[in-house]
Design a protein around this ligand. Structure first.
Ligand SMILES: Nc1ncnc2c1ncn2[C@@H]1O[C@H](COP(=O)(O)OP(=O)(O)OP(=O)(O)O)[C@@H](O)[C@H]1O
Ligand SMILES: [Mg+2]
Length: 465
């Protein structure tokens, strides 16, 4: 799918068409990727002139109240490089006679309409244009997302910043939080940020509900008493009690078997746990964050997820956008990953071809995929400059999603499931039908992937080359 369409649709879903104001995001400077991006607000201007300057800045131009100038310290930009203009309500970009040209979505242009989400390339600087986002604070220029409250909570998007602020407020209460999003969008990271912000003194305990064998779910979660079954040689507290005074992340909550859902509901209602083989429940001070890539409402509609449990878990909600839907944050996320990956990654720079490829890729496995891509680029880019060929294995190694080989997707699949199905097909194709390899690339247990294959009626054998 064209990434710019995705952005438009997402935006319209979130804030309604036609509302808000235009922004330009400087998402990546090839030679300074650690800077992590900046946001320019147009504030009513009908014309925006962009060119090289001594420092990153935005200023209103004297005498022309509706005109602003953005200066970028980029030696590959001309001092008058490009102009954005609102013409009859639509935004256009025009090259202002620059030496190195103006590019929109990877194509050189002289003048071109600017669609919402367009990628604009001037010199070694990459911008994302957003036509109508919610109005943020009055500042014209914001950089580095203003000190995020915790790792994983940095964003330049005004709409997403509001959602994260709301979550940060809920974090300090005991209200359960439900985190949803595609694979690799940072659900676990947000859950641990919520724990960090909660100030709760106990540990952060993450449980993958899809990875526990169904017959062991209750003993793993709620613990057991010595002698409860043949292997129970001593009392075990279980994962719920291990998170006492801390935060329990119930990851992939949609995969929790129905019997365990009933037991979990009791735990949440009563704040007490009955260990397997126990006769008396044990009180527990519990804070729960649940995460899922599935549509729990739809599962509840099919009686595969308890509505009462969903109501309990659904205190506050946050939906993490896919990486392709938040291209304005790409540089911010890339810089966070560079800091995390280590010293060699911190010194990397990118060629314009490599940066363009990264920004136009659709990232089906989201931030986790970018993280892996960066890790291999560090090894391949020996002189510290990432070239297009260093990305071939990762960004271009996996073919783009194509029509599934065994007929169309089953009727009535939700959007998230349809995407997951496409992702599975794509990975199986790339791995010649090897389920273990596909599972590894998704960071998932093989058994989980096999369950999905059955559910989506995908035959891995049909991908064997
Ligand atoms: N906003 C972000 N900034 C920096 N790193 C991030 C961000 N979001 C995710 N990551 C990193 O990407 C990787 C995947 O994140 P995480 O495990 O939280 O995703 P997830 O949504 O739980 O994935 P899954 O659905 O597969 O379990 C982690 O290494 C995490 O640190
Ligand atoms: Mg996870």
């Amino acid at each position: 799918m064209d990434p710019s369409r995705t952005i438009t649709q997402t935006h319209e879903r979130r804030s309604g068409p036609g509302k808000g104001q235009p922004y330009l995001f400087l998402t990546l400077r090839c030679d300074h990727p650690l800077e992590g991006g900046a946001r320019f607000s147009f504030q009513g201007a009908d014309q925006v002139n962009i060119g090289r300057g001594g420092a990153l800045q935005i200023e209103r131009q004297q005498g022309e109240t509706s005109s602003i100038r953005i200066s970028v310290p980029d030696g590959r930009m001309s001092s008058r490089h490009a102009r954005l203009q609102r013409v009859l309500g639509a935004w256009m970009i025009e090259d202002a006679g620059s030496k190195n040209g103006t590019f929109v979505d990877g194509k050189r242009v002289t003048t071109s309409p600017l669609a919402d989400g367009a990628l604009v390339e001037l010199g070694h600087s990459f911008f994302v244009f957003r036509e109508a986002l919610p109005r943020a604070e009055p500042a014209l220029l914001e950089q580095r997302a203003l000190k995020p409250p915790a790792r994983g909570m940095a964003t330049l998007s005004p709409a997403f910043a509001l959602e994260l602020e709301r979550v940060a407020t809920f974090a300090r209460s005991q209200v359960p939080v439900l985190v949803s999003g595609e694979t690799g969008t940072g659900k676990e990271l947000i859950a641990s940020a919520i724990h960090q912000l909660s100030g709760r003194p106990g540990p952060f305990v993450a449980v993958n509900c899809g990875a526990i064998a169904p017959n062991l779910v209750e003993s793993e979660l709620f613990g057991y008493r010595k002698g409860a079954f043949s292997g129970a040689l001593e009392d075990r507290p279980g994962l719920v009690r291990s998170s006492e005074h801390g935060t329990l992340l119930l990851d992939e909550i949609g995969d929790l078997p129905l019997a365990a859902q009933a037991a979990l509901l009791r735990v949440l209602q009563e704040s007490e746990v009955l260990p397997v083989g126990g006769t008396r429940p044990v009180k527990v001070d519990l804070r729960v964050v649940a995460a899922t890539h599935r549509d729990l409402g739809a599962l509840a509609g099919q009686d595969r997820f308890r509505r009462d449990l969903l109501a309990r878990l659904d205190g506050a909600r946050i939906m993490l956008p896919a990486l392709r839907e938040r291209r304005e944050d790409f540089g911010l996320i890339l810089s966070a990953l560079m800091e995390k990956t280590g010293e060699m990654a911190r010194d990397l720079i990118f060629s314009a071809d490599a940066a363009r490829a990264l920004l136009l890729h659709s990232w089906p496995l989201n931030v986790r995929e970018l993280e892996k891509c960066l890790a291999s680029a560090v090894l391949l880019a020996r002189d510290g400059r990432v070239e297009l060929e260093h990305l071939r294995e990762t960004v271009f190694g996996v073919p783009k999603p194509v029509a599934p080989p065994q007929g169309v997707a089953p009727e009535g699949l939700r959007e998230a499931d349809r995407r997951l199905r496409e992702q599975l097909i794509e990975l199986l194709r790339a791995n010649g039908g090897n389920v273990t390899a596909a599972a590894r690339m998704m960071g998932k247990a093989r058994t989980q992937v096999q369950r999905w294959l059955r559910r989506f009626e995908i035959d891995p054998a049909s991908f064997i080359r």
